[in-house]
Design a protein around this ligand. Structure first.
Ligand SMILES: Nc1ncnc2c1ncn2[C@@H]1O[C@H](COP(=O)(O)OP(=O)(O)O)[C@@H](O)[C@H]1O
Ligand SMILES: [Mg+2]
Length: 230
């Protein structure tokens, strides 16, 4: 028997209003994403990739449509409930790393655990060891290179054992070689734990390891590769 998809996106629309103009960014976005699937989300700058990630994470609400994650329709939750849901079930990796400069590496990584009232320091140390940065745990982010900071960001996104990792152009601020290495590490860690990934990228090269490519065009998703069957 087929399992229900982990993420169901149903007829999402989203517009932004500034002054008298309405910009319709997503006009009808639908997709089913299976458990453990790694998706690359492509599209021109301004096509709505970050907007879609913000909707899936519950950071923002669509104008209409539904987003079900593990059976929960997050579009019906209050802002507070969405915050709790995001904290528990989503991990984020950003283009500019977004580590907290006043906290050392270990403290940065422990933050998602503390927010979820979890105490799993062992897991944090294991992950740091897995990416070769255990000896940097007491350093502050500004002592690390961009590639090293992004490796820390991968761990921070995974440490609280979320359902889904969302990565918004994570190689956008790294040189090609460092970006490639970062993606290899990210893929290894995510696949090993059977997590879902939605990776936003400009580059078709970056999207190579994805199970499926989705292209945002004129507010809609153009599906590439196979149709989803969970
Ligand atoms: N908070 C916002 N207010 C108004 N317009 C926005 C906002 N966020 C994004 N937009 C607009 O929506 C469009 C899609 O943006 P975005 O999702 O960031 O695209 P992408 O990530 O694909 O580059 C752009 O035209 C952008 O200017
Ligand atoms: Mg963007």
């Amino acid at each position: 028997m087929n399992k229900p998809p982990l993420i169901c996106i149903k007829f999402i629309t989203k517009s932004y209003t500034s002054g008298n103009t309405i910009r319709r960014v997503l006009t009808s976005v639908s997709d089913d994403i299976c458990k453990g699937e790694c998706i690359a989300l492509l599209g021109q700058s301004g096509s709505g990739k970050s907007t879609l990630l913000n909707l899936v994470s519950g950071m923002d609400k669509p104008d209409s449509g539904q987003i079900l994650i593990d059976g929960v329709d997050i579009t019906t939750l209050s802002e507070h409930q969405r915050t709790l849901f995001r904290r528990r079930h989503i991990g984020f990796i950003y283009q500019f790393f977004n580590l907290i400069p006043t906290l050392n590496i270990m403290e940065n990584i422990l933050l998602p655990l503390e927010l979820n009232k979890k105490n799993n320091k062992e897991q944090a140390l294991e992950l740091l060891d897995e990416v070769g940065l255990l000896n940097r745990k007491n350093d502050f982010p500004d002592r690390l290179s961009g590639g090293e900071q992004q490796r820390v960001a991968i761990i921070r996104a995974l440490v609280h054992d979320p359902l889904i990792i969302l990565a918004d152009e994570p190689t956008g601020n790294l040189d090609k070689k460092t970006g490639r290495a970062m993606l290899d590490i990210m893929e290894r860690l995510i696949r090993k734990r059977n997590k879902n990934l939605i990776l936003v990228t400009h580059s078709t090269e970056v999207s190579k390891f994805a199970d499926r490519l989705l292209l945002l065009e004129e507010g809609k998703l153009v599906k590439q590769n196979r149709e989803t069957r969970c």
